[in-house]
Design a protein around this ligand. Sequence first.
Ligand SMILES: [Fe+2]
Length: 290
Amino acid sequence: MATDFTEETAADAVIESFGPDTDPRLREVLVSLVKHLHAFASDVELTIPEWEKAIDFLTRTGQKCDADRQEFILLSDVLGLSMLVETISNRKYGVATESTVLGPFHVVESPVLELGANIDQVGTGTPCVVTGRVVSVDGSPLPGATIDIWQANDQGFYDVQQPDVQPRTNGRGLFTADGNGEFWFRTIVPSYYPIPTDGPVGEMLIATGRHAFRPAHIHFIVEAPGHRPLTTHIFVAGSEYIESDTVFAVKKSLVVDFEEVTDEAQAAQWNVGKTPFRHADFQIIMQPGS
Ligand SMILES: [Fe+2]
C-alpha cells in the first residue's frame, strides 16, 4: 500500500490496491473510473466544501428514490449519460428502428390487453389511435412480438405521479402483435411534461438555467423471438420542446405525425367515440440477435 499520497500518485495508488483476483471487467471499469475521477477533481481543483456539497447532493438523490420515484435515473438522464449508454449499446444497425432512453417511469407492470383496447382509463384528452407493425430488417413480419406501452396523460403526468387522480396502470398496456406482426390500440394524445423538479435534479436544472421539459411521446419496449429487445419512444411531431428535450432523447427517425381524422366511418371502425381524433402509424424494425 502506498504512503505519502500525492496529487501525482493518487490515482495509481488506488489502482494498485485492486487485488489480483478482481474480475477483469470490474477492474477495467474501476481503473478507468478512478483515473477519470481523479483527473476531474484535479482539473477543477475541487475544494472540500464542494466535495461536501457533492456528497450531500448524491445522498439526497438516493434518499429521494422509492418504488415509484427514481431520482438517480433522472440524474443520469439530464446529464446525458443515459442517452450515451443507450447509443453505445445500440449503435444503429442499418434500417432497424432507433432506441432511446427507458426513462424513470417504467415502474408499474403493464396490464396485458387485447389489440384495440383503450389504455386511457380516464376519458379526458384528445382520442388517438396508434397502429403499427413489427418487422425484421428484411421486412418480414414478426407475429407474436410483444409491445409494452406507457405514456403520460393529457396533463403530462404518469399514473404513478397522480395516485389520487389516475388509476394505477392508466396509460399502460402490454399488447401482442397479430399474425401479420400488426398491432393497434386506443389512447389519448400525450402531453409534453416536465420531469419532476422537487428533488436534487430539479435544483441542478435551476442552478444551470435549464428547463425541465420533455416533448410529448409514447414509450415502447418491443420484444420478438430471435431479435434484440428494443426500448424506444415515438415523439409527437410538432410538440413543444421537440428540439430541446431535457434528457436529450429525441431522434428524428422517431418523430411521428399524429394526423387529425374527421371521418366518422373510420371512427366507428376503430371504436373511437368522437371525431376529430388523431391517428399515428409507424413501423418497428427489429434487429436480429439477442
Ligand atoms: Fe416519458
